[in-house]
Design a protein around this ligand. Structure first.
Ligand SMILES: O=c1ccn([C@@H]2O[C@H](COP(=O)(O)OP(=O)(O)O[C@H]3O[C@H](CO)[C@@H](O)[C@H](O)[C@H]3O)[C@@H](O)[C@H]2O)c(=O)[nH]1
Ligand SMILES: O=C(O)[C@H](O)COP(=O)(O)O
Length: 342
């Protein structure tokens, strides 16, 4: 069932990656394979009113109404300032508010916390995560992620990969996208966690896992969440329980280079936390949790510098594994509804 993926000898020595292509997983076959399992799709979304509706509608049309594969589509509204929640609700999603789900707990920032809230709200035994800024979204993004989990009980987590065009205003660089991945995350993984170097898109926001396992993992706040998840899965379930699937090509909203710098800094901060846990570095925190950037012009440009000095907190924190938090969450969520599907 798996095609061997030829990777570096370092990686091959560790394990053969379980790789498949989305087209081999047909919705009808998956519905049959699903039996009594339940499936949730979770979309973390901050200010995604332009794209979230179409993604939700596509999943619902193809994988809820035409084929009963997906049991619920959840959009986590991650402190959006736009109409994300309304648009998602009108498209048929169950909309969950990040702050409402985490009420009474310390406030954390960013995508990782939205994912944790989504996992807390999800009722399926399999949970697939899909970014809400995708364009030209097709249902094979979901079926590709679910296929390996439904076909093989030994698989606990599936990571998507794809080509990533970099779409600038004038032209498109076919594989120019994934800039943080290529310039920072991939070199970092090869250097420090070579067992994970065979993941084609280690930062992909499209992945699925068994909820029982996901609930055993801490969720790092912000953009460190994907890197931490891979490292933590490697530690807890091992490489053989992880798979990846070719989803073709992915189009999304590109962030500015400056914003990607902050993303990269969060990912590095996250890597430090894992190095500390494994005893590679002694200090629990890096020397600084701030990133200084220089922005052209701006009202606060320093005289003689012509640039504004911009400082952001890029430290990350983490939510404990959800399995440890059920009692607290039950106070203000509808987790009790789980009995309806389990
Ligand atoms: O505070 C936030 C920030 C982002 N998002 C959502 O998270 C998804 C991905 O965020 P985005 O800013 O589009 O990330 P990318 O620039 O696409 O970054 C890539 O790399 C990140 C770091 O690993 C991953 O988290 C992303 O999924 C992956 O697509 C989108 O649906 C966002 O709306 C939130 O829900 N809350
Ligand atoms: O995953 C990444 O590397 C970042 O999201 C940047 O992606 P982009 O270069 O396609 O915008």
């Amino acid at each position: 069932m798996w095609h061997p993926l030829s990777v570096s000898p370092v990686v091959e020595a560790w394990s053969a990656y379980r790789t498949s292509t989305a087209s081999q997983w047909k919705p009808r076959d998956l519905v049959r394979a699903k039996r009594t399992s339940t499936v949730s799709v979770v979309l973390p979304a901050r200010d995604e009113q332009d794209t979230v509706g179409e993604i939700v509608r596509t999943i619902r049309r193809h994988l809820v109404e035409q084929e009963p594969l997906v049991d619920e589509v959840i959009v986590v509204d991650s402190r959006s300032a736009d109409q994300t929640a309304r648009v998602a609700g009108e498209a048929g999603a169950r909309v969950v508010d990040q702050d409402e789900m985490t009420r009474g707990l310390p406030r954390l920032e960013g995508k990782g916390d939205a994912l944790w809230a989504g996992l807390a709200a999800a009722r399926g035994d399999i949970v697939a995560f899909i970014d809400a800024d995708l364009r030209e979204f097709r249902p094979h993004f979901v079926t590709g992620l679910l296929g390996p989990l439904l076909a093989d009980p030994s698989v606990v987590y599936v990571k998507g990969f794809y080509h990533r065009p970099l779409e600038a205003t004038a032209d498109t660089e076919r594989d120019g996208g994934g800039r943080v991945t290529e310039i920072m995350a991939r070199p970092l993984l090869n250097l420090l966690w070579p067992e994970l170097a065979g993941f084609v898109q280690p930062l992909a926001g499209e992945y699925a896992g068994r909820r029982a396992v996901l609930e055993q993992l801490p969720f790092v706040s912000g953009y460190g969440v994907e890197l931490a998840m891979l490292i933590d899965l490697l530690d807890t379930v091992g490489l053989d329980a992880l798979a990846q699937v070719d989803l073709g090509e992915r189009h999304h909203r590109h962030q500015s280079t400056e914003a990607l710098g902050r993303m990269a800094a969060q990912i590095l901060y996250t890597a430090w936390s894992r190095l500390h846990r494994q005893g590679t570095v002694a200090q629990s925190e890096p020397a600084a949790g701030a990133l200084t950037q220089f922005r052209r012009g701006g009202e606060d440009a320093l005289p003689g510098l012509g640039r504004e000095v911009v400082v952001h907190d890029v430290s990350v924190r983490e939510r404990p594994p959800l399995a440890l938090m059920r009692a607290d969450l039950a106070l203000h969520s509808d987790l009790s509804l789980r009995s309806a599907v389990s």
